[in-house]
Design a protein around this ligand. Structure first.
Ligand code: ZN
Length: 313
């Protein structure tokens, strides 16, 4: 459903493309020769209440935002691109009532806005979970569903994810299969208690320092969110090995996982910002809109969610 053309510089050269992209609905239309305000079609965004807006060089983002407002959305701006770079705004400022700010939108820029209706926000989809930011020990995600056996490695046992993540993962694995790649889940949701056992195992095997590079302490694991999977392939023995990243399947995942809303939490060469060694197998679902936006910004997930978190406070 995405009509965004990548990369951004390419998109800016394409005149007449107007895309309003929501997580649950998308409306794309060709801009007429004479500039008129586009209509927002479809339902309002649901995942995180976020919507990504892209404009052509002929149509400014504020016209599209105005259409969202008329669609019943109380719009709050989180970030825009400006001169090709990513610019984030402080919470609640500036607002769309600020005429000077609206006028400052550059044609061809992108805007990330939030439809500020708390009842539709999924706060955990974009929850920052790091070595410093923990989930409560009693946090259990809603709507955990059992993964079908054919998505799980041989002997992988019962694995659970949230319903939305399961649906997206099913589409991802089906697309991989259609491209000739067999990818399966080794590990998915882990409760706080299971993380206690997992981390203790690594500490007893490798010592505390190395264990902390590979395994989160209880409460600090993204796996507790129910939106994270560790995937692997037969040619690495269904293990979780950095070598996965250099296999045809690993390369396919790097090129395509974001299209289904999944991103690497711990990319190669980013241990200084993420706190963890390279884990090409560890994919977190943040929805297609955010995965796409993250690609545009070039930020790591940790950096991206830190900024979203700061903007939303
Ligand atoms: Zn993992």
């Amino acid at each position: 459903m995405l009509r965004l053309i990548r990369p951004l510089t390419l998109m800016l050269t394409v005149l007449g493309l107007v895309a309003v992209v929501g997580v649950s609905a998308a409306a794309a239309q060709e801009a007429p020769a004479e500039a008129t305000a586009p209509e927002f079609e479809g339902t309002l965004p649901t995942a995180g209440g976020m919507v990504l807006i892209a404009s052509s060089t002929q149509t400014t983002p504020q016209a599209l935002v105005q259409a969202l407002v008329e669609g019943g959305c109380d719009v709050e701006v989180l970030a825009t691109t400006r001169g090709g770079s990513f610019q984030l705004y402080a919470p609640n400022a500036p607002s769309f009532a600020n005429a000077a700010f609206v006028a400052s939108f550059e044609p061809g820029s992108l805007a990330l806005v939030r439809c500020a209706r708390p009842e539709i926000l999924d706060e955990h989809l974009l929850q920052l979970v790091t070595k410093d930011e923990a989930l409560p020990a009693d946090f259990v995600p809603d709507a955990l569903t059992l993964l079908p056996d054919d998505l799980v490695i041989p002997g992988g046992g019962a694995q659970y994810l949230t319903e939305e993540t399961t649906d997206a993962l099913t589409r991802l694995i089906e697309a991989a299969s259609a491209a000739g790649h067999e990818i399966a889940v080794r590990s998915a949701y882990r409760s706080y208690q299971e993380q206690v056992f997992t981390h203790d195992h690594w500490v007893s095997t490798l010592g505390t320092e190395e264990a902390d590079r590979r395994s989160a302490r209880p409460g600090h694991s993204e796996h507790q969110l129910g939106t994270v999977v560790d995937v692997t392939i037969g040619s690495v023995g269904w293990q979780l090995e950095p070598a996965l990243g250099d296999t045809p399947e690993g390369r396919w995942l790097k090129q395509n996982a974001w299209r289904f809303g999944f991103v690497e939490s711990y990319p190669e060469g980013e241990e200084a910002t993420t706190g963890y060694r390279y884990e090409p197998w560890h994919l977190r679902y943040i929805g297609e809109t955010h995965a796409d936006w993250m690609q545009q910004t070039g930020l790591t997930l940790t950096e991206y969610l830190t900024r979203i978190d700061a903007a939303a406070r």
